[in-house]
Design a binder for this molecule. Structure first.
Ligand SMILES: [Zn+2]
Ligand SMILES: [Zn+2]
Length: 392
């Protein structure tokens, strides 16, 4: 599917790389074996590269023939703390860890792209930088890699990256200009009441009651303060308080996440959350502390590079892939930092195949994807390079 013969020949190799990485998942900033494997391949193909960037990151530079543009391709390499429930022969051999997001596939696609380009240097001008990034699942490897200078020497003019996407079937590409994925913010609130006897509430400040009202009031922010045309989410994922039937809780802990596309919502949401918590606590005579922080900004694609990906996927590839423009998600990604630094485009490569039961959601213990998407991923990257770097 949409893959030229020289890349189709790589399919088995792509699958082998992916399955090897899948057997040995590693958490963010601990991708030692993964990095070693990548470096071994790059050395074998005589591709100059730098290792140990932001701990376990790698950057490879492949020069084409003659002067031209410089395009970067970004792949993440980390796994998740999930026990794999699949019984496939390439299932995770590490207890409690699993490639449940498809980053093993991203690494395999980037390796395949590096190999193909190193063997076909005559087919493009300029240079391609391949960035193997640690810790996308948190705390984030993109920012420290940028700070370490991976976008310089040679200076990167545009960047692309993909996520294998089980929300879309194989044969499709989710791509759009503008916001693709949401900004991710986190907060932890600790409410300080005054504990006491369950039979004598008049002597207490009930942290559970105050906390319940905080949760309810926080849920009015998206419905009453955000413009209904905009998208935002506030989810409370943790509420811990209390110890016994007859004890009024002294403290309550509430943790949640905030998502939005438009950067202008950042201040509004942060300020409303702080003032709602302050107001509810003050009305009940409770104290509180609030820790509010941004994890990743929104993934915002640049129109020109999104057009490049759309053209390549929708009309250059033979046969063309189906473009799905309505593919936004409130999930987050630290590819956003690269897109803030240089123009670029992040896109979803459909990887679900319901007929083969390869359609479990990302981060599910039975997540797996259709490996034919690996070759399609290489084809898309290679065609983007050929089109972008050969421009005057
Ligand atoms: Zn993930
Ligand atoms: Zn992911």
């Amino acid at each position: 599917m949409a893959v030229r013969p020289a890349i189709r020949k790589l399919q088995r190799q792509l699958q082998e790389w992916r399955r090897d990485l899948h057997r040995y998942p590693e958490l963010g900033f601990q991708e030692q074996r993964t990095a070693q494997k990548i470096s071994q391949c790059l050395s074998e193909w005589q591709i100059p590269h730098e290792t140990g960037i932001a701990q376990t990151g790698i950057v490879a530079t492949i020069y084409g023939q003659g002067a031209g543009r410089v395009l970067a391709i970004r792949a993440d390499m980390d796994a998740l703390p999930i026990q794999e429930a699949n019984l496939v022969d390439y299932r995770s051999l590490i207890d409690g860890l699993m490639h449940a997001c498809g980053h093993d596939g991203h690494t395999a696609i980037a390796l395949g792209t590096a190999y193909y380009l190193s063997q076909h240097r005559h087919s493009f001008r300029g240079a391609v930088k391949i960035i193997f990034q640690p810790a996308e699942e948190g705390p984030g490897g993109a920012k420290p890699m940028i700070e370490a200078g991976v976008l310089h020497n040679p200076d990167v003019e545009a960047i692309i990256g993909l996520h294998l996407w089980n929300n879309l079937p194989i044969g499709t590409v989710g791509v759009r200009a503008g916001a693709l994925m949401a900004a991710v913010e986190l907060f932890d609130c600790r409410i300080q009441g005054r504990g006491g006897h369950g039979a004598m509430p008049q002597q207490t400040v009930d942290a559970i009651l105050v906390g319940s009202q905080v949760v309810n009031a926080l849920h009015t922010i998206v419905s009453r303060n955000v413009d209904p045309i905009q998208s935002a989410v506030i989810s409370i994922g943790k509420f811990q308080a209390g110890s016994a039937n007859n004890v009024i809780a002294d403290t309550a802990e509430i943790s949640g996440t905030v998502r939005y596309f438009d950067p202008q919502l950042s201040t509004l949401l942060r300020e409303r959350i702080a003032s709602v918590i302050a107001g509810v606590c003050s009305a009940h005579g409770a104290g509180y502390s609030l820790d509010y922080r941004q994890l990743y900004p929104a993934v915002i694609n640049h129109a020109a590079i999104a057009d490049l990906v759309k053209t390549v996927a929708g009309s250059v590839c033979e046969p063309p892939l189906e473009i799905i423009p309505e593919c936004r998600t409130m999930g987050g990604e630290d590819m956003s930092y690269f897109l803030q630094a240089v123009p670029g485009c992040y896109f979803f490569l459909g990887s679900a195949n319901a007929e083969k039961s390869l359609n479990y959601p990302h981060h599910h213990p039975r997540f797996d994807f259709d490996e034919t998407a690996l070759g399609t991923g290489v084809e898309l990257f290679v065609r983007c390079v050929e089109r972008y770097c050969n421009q005057d």
